[in-house]
Design a protein around this ligand. Sequence first.
Ligand code: GRF
Length: 220
Amino acid sequence: MGSNKKLRLAILASGGGTNLQSIIDQCQQGILDAEIVLVVSNNPNAGALGRAKKAGIATTCINHRDFDQREDFDNAVIATLQEAGTELVVLAGFMRIISAVFLQAFPQRIINIHPALLPSFPGLHVQQKALDYGAKFSGCTVHFIDDGVDTGAIIAQAVVPIFSDDSEATLAARILEQEHKIYPQVIQWFAEERITINGRQVAIEAGKQDKSTLTNPPVI
Ligand code: GRF
């Protein structure tokens, strides 16, 4: 918390934006040493854009349908992020694959949240997949982006139980509650420069505050 400098976040979202909202709220409450400099969506109808505008945050919509090549779309997004002085790229329900050119532009500075305990259940519709499989626990994972789908090094996870009467919606809601806690927490670790990555191993340097909930590693 020492310095006054705030970590400059760009949030990329394609959907409703509840994770974005949790980050907005914690920035506004002064819990995070971070500011959202830009919200980017590929979907003109994303609820996330409305949430950002309501909070007075700059927004850009870059529709992937306007581009023939994935790399051209990514280059347009990269240029926008760089112009805004982005230091950390936060994917929050961003439904596009990140290409190599994007990774090179922000090495080890792109993170994502996934609504399952990776490496179980990568991809889409993962709450239903966990139910269908008969898993007794699921949860969420914050991870670095690499060149695979949901394969990057894991920064933090939170676990929730799965109950026999769960539907996809009830499980998703239980997981989202944890997403809204661990994603802002990881952003704060970045702001405090406490995260180091060595291959697949991500370490969090000990800090002064104890805000641990269901997080592993615990925060000390
Ligand atoms: C979340 O479940 C997140 O884990 C996944 O996409 C969903 C986004 O939800 N990557 P929201 O738009 O933040 O509400």
